[in-house]
Design a protein around this ligand. Structure first.
Ligand SMILES: Nc1ncnc2c1ncn2[C@@H]1O[C@H](COP(=O)(O)OP(=O)(O)OP(=O)(O)O)[C@@H](O)[C@H]1O
Ligand SMILES: [Mg+2]
Length: 350
């Protein structure tokens, strides 16, 4: 086991601590996709941290790298008191049982040939759990009931005999059965219709309480992320733009990209959101990200400085981190956050 930089005995030690996570995919001749370029986060016990950003900004790559599926190109991922990066695969699998991931597309993440009772028990099988026979069935039934499925109805069904929402409940049950401390939800409701989305989000809230989970909730939908999260981390092209409490998100968010996301919510203008100058359309290629601030090619505030100098993530208010040269020129430069400190905890008063 690798020595941990986090003191697990400290009452406020995060359950999951990620530092300088980099995910790069070599493609073609000497080309590299810069999917995630040095993000850091701390997940506190019992909290839900939302990760928000548009398609292609690196959310899934970050979630999978935290799970070591596959391991990141570089960086550190400490779960509890265990550094996962650099562990042998068997040790990673063992540690990873405490961290489960729910995927975006529930149906394709389930083996179509297996029955619900076997799908939910897959994790126990992989781990050669000592729970067997009647105890095992009782545990499966209890977990299925906890996610709102009637065990008598779904027990012998296969994925194609379930709705999308039921499939997602099976995925959640399968994760819960491993008794994780951390749940990473990668767009768990985006493939579901709106009424089912609400049911699954409620289910996640309830199970979080009941099972004592801490949750990383990845999504591109601002309203969903705001509703379910305690804090929101906004990613753009593999970099963190802003981290802030979700309470008051609409009022407090300052990064031009966060403001753009907020303004794109239907009805935002009527709800008093200031209009944001429309920027150029598409996400630049992660093969060759813009120099300096990655958002500058779409940013209405961009200047030469943004091309020349990457803005550092700094604390602009307690618990509010921001990486932008322009949105708050009043902020003294001395509030820059050194990279070795926790960039997502609020108790920074340098
Ligand atoms: N295995 C891979 N090989 C090459 N490029 C990849 C691979 N996986 C992801 N990418 C690229 O990395 C970038 C980030 O992708 P990622 O799936 O992490 O984005 P995302 O924010 O989850 O998007 P979405 O909201 O569409 O799910 C994209 O440009 C994507 O094409
Ligand atoms: Mg994704």
């Amino acid at each position: 086991m690798t020595a941990s930089p986090v003191d697990a005995a400290a009452p406020e030690a995060p359950v999951l601590s990620v530092r300088d996570l980099v995910v790069e995919f070599p493609v073609g001749r000497r080309q590299v996709v810069h999917a995630v370029s040095g993000i850091s986060l701390d997940l506190r016990a019992g909290e839900t941290l939302g990760i928000l950003g548009e398609s292609g900004c690196g959310k899934s790559s970050a979630g999978r790298a935290i799970m070591q599926l596959p391991a990141p190109t570089s960086g550190s991922v400490v779960l509890g008191d265990t550094e996962l990066v650099g562990l042998r695969s068997r040790e990673v699998r063992r540690a990873r049982a405490r961290m489960q991931m729910i995927l975006q597309d529930p149906i394709s993440s389930l083996n179509p040939r297996r029955k619900v009772k076997d799908l939910v028990a897959e994790g126990l099988e992989v781990w050669g759990s000592s729970t067997s026979g009647g105890d095992r069935d009782a545990l499966l039934r209890e977990t299925l009931s906890a996610v709102g499925l009637d065990p008598d109805v779904v027990w012998d069904r296969r994925p194609h005999e379930l709705s999308g929402g039921q499939c997602q409940r099976v995925c959640i049950a399968r994760a819960l059965l491993m008794d994780p401390t951390v749940l990473i939800c990668d767009e768990p409701v985006s493939s579901l219709d709106v009424s089912v989305q609400a049911q699954i989000l409620n289910l996640l809230e309830r199970t979080k309480e009941r099972y004592g989970l801490s949750v990383v909730f990845i999504a591109h939908d601002v309203a969903v992320v705001k509703n379910i999260s305690d804090r929101v981390m906004v990613l753009y092209l593999g970099k963190t733009c802003e981290v802030l409490p979700s309470d008051g998100l609409e009022v407090e968010a300052r990064h031009p990209y966060t403001r753009l996301l907020l303004a794109s919510v239907p009805g935002a203008e009527e709800a008093g959101q200031p209009a944001v100058a429309q920027t150029t359309t598409e996400l630049p290629s992660p093969l060759n990200p813009p120099s300096g601030c990655r958002f500058r090619t779409r940013c209405p505030l961009a200047t030469e400085r943004c091309a020349a100098e990457e803005p550092r993530l700094r604390e602009v208010a307690p618990g509010h981190l921001l990486a932008c040269h322009h949105v708050d020129p009043e902020t003294p430069s001395g509030t820059d956050i050194p990279s070795e400190t926790d960039p997502t905890l609020e108790e920074h008063h340098p």
